[in-house]
Every structure is written in structure tokens, then in C-alpha cells.
Write a protein that binds this ligand. Structure first.
Ligand SMILES: [Zn+2]
Length: 204
């Protein structure tokens, strides 16, 4: 199985979400409310269109992208950030994925420990983490591992693991700062072949 994620709510997400909808692929879009409507980020109209017209799931990436231990943010403040984001998503009718959390890594590598992730799992349905291979056992998807941005690893992962029923291969994109549209189209082209195996995080 395959999970397709786009983090951070950058404006590239808008055209990518439209394209994925047209080829029958549903993605999970992780939003920081603090970034919404900023220059080169999605606004509420875009997010509504992505959710309501193109049927992607809108999920929780904490309130600010800098809300991670590497920036000396305490766990109680991180849990507040999670709850504030959940409330923002519900108040704006972007419901469905508000309890699915992608932990942000800021600019300093995140520094999330397993103990912190366990604590977050007391509050969330799922925490999405990062890893080199992007693989999670299907019976352990409350702590989902994802490979980020590397096009060669993403294409290899889809082809190698995409049809396995005992694993979820998860890929995450962030925007044109990491992935060109040409590379996105290469990924989308392969996803279209595997679309029967693509699930959003709310169906495991
Ligand atoms: Zn992020």
C-alpha cells in the first residue's frame, strides 16, 4: 500500500493536488495554520478546494512549522500546538484529518525522541515520522514512517513495496523548493499505475 503526503501547505500543493485528483490519487495534506495565507502558501480558499472538490485529506502539522524540540519548544507547548491546530481545522470545516499529525522538523532536524512520540500518541490517532525507506508494517500505522522528497528513493519505493499488503510505503513532498514539477510528474505517472494501492492515512 502507498500513502501520499504533502507537507507545509506551500502553493505548489495546489496544482499538485489538482493533478492527483485528475488521475484518481488521494493525498494527505499537512497544514501549519500559522503559514496559511502567507506569501507562496495556501490560503483557506485553496485548502477548501483541495478538501471539498479534490477529495484530499487535510491534516495536522502543528501550529507553527518551528514547533519542534530542536527549537527548545517544550512538550506541553507542542501538545498545545497540536490541539490549537486541531481546533483551527475543525473551526474552518477542514475536518477528517485533524488528529493525524506529521511532526515538523524545522530547520534543525526536529530532535524528536521516541518518548516524545509516545507522549504525542496519547493525543493523536497517528504520528508520521521520517525514515530512509519510508516503510511501516500495516499493523503499526499509528507511527508511520515516510521518505521525503528524494525522487529516486520514492520511485524505487513505489515500485518495490507499493503492492505489498503487509507494508505501507509513505512518501512526502514539500513543494517546488525540493521537487520540480518535472519530477513531480514522474512520481505522479507511477502513482497512477499504482492508484488502486494508494490509501490516505484515515483508512488504515
Ligand atoms: Zn514540514
Amino acid at each position: 500500500m502507498i500513502s501520499v503526503c504533502i507537507d507545509d501547505g506551500r502553493i505548489a500543493s495546489f496544482k499538485w493536488c489538482r493533478y492527483l485528483y485528475k488521475i484518481g490519487v488521494r493525498a494527505t495534506i499537512y497544514i501549519n495554520p500559522e503559514s496559511v495565507s502567507r506569501f507562496e502558501f495556501l490560503n483557506k480558499y485553496h485548502i477548501g478546494k483541495i478538501r471539498n472538490d479534490w477529495k484530499h485529506l487535510i491534516a495536522n502539522h502543528l501550529y507553527r512549522h518551528s514547533d519542534c524540540p530542536a527549537n527548545a519548544i517544550s512538550m506541553s507547548d507542542i501538545i498545545t500546538s497540536y490541539n490549537d491546530t486541531k481546533k483551527w481545522l475543525v473551526d474552518n470545516a477542514f475536518t477528517g484529518g485533524e488528529e493525524y499529525l506529521s511532526i515538523p522538523f524545522g530547520r534543525l532536524g526536529g530532535r524528536w525522541s521516541n518518548a516524545m512520540i509516545s507522549e504525542l500518541l496519547d493525543h493523536c490517532k497517528q504520528v508520521r515520522n521520517v525514515s530512509t525507506y519510508g516503510l511501516t508494517d500495516i499493523d503499526k500505522t499509528n507511527h508511520l514512517y515516510s521518505v521525503c522528497d528524494n525522487v529516486a528513493d520514492i520511485l524505487h519505493g513505489i515500485r518495490t513495496f507499493g503492492k505489498r499488503e503487509d507494508k505501507v510505503f509513505t512518501l512526502t513532498l514539500h513543494g517546488n523548493n525540493f521537487t520540480s514539477d518535472d519530477n513531480f510528474l514522474c512520481i505522479a505517472n507511477v502513482l497512477e499505475e499504482y492508484k488502486d494501492y494508494v490509501k490516505t492515512v484515515d483508512v488504515y
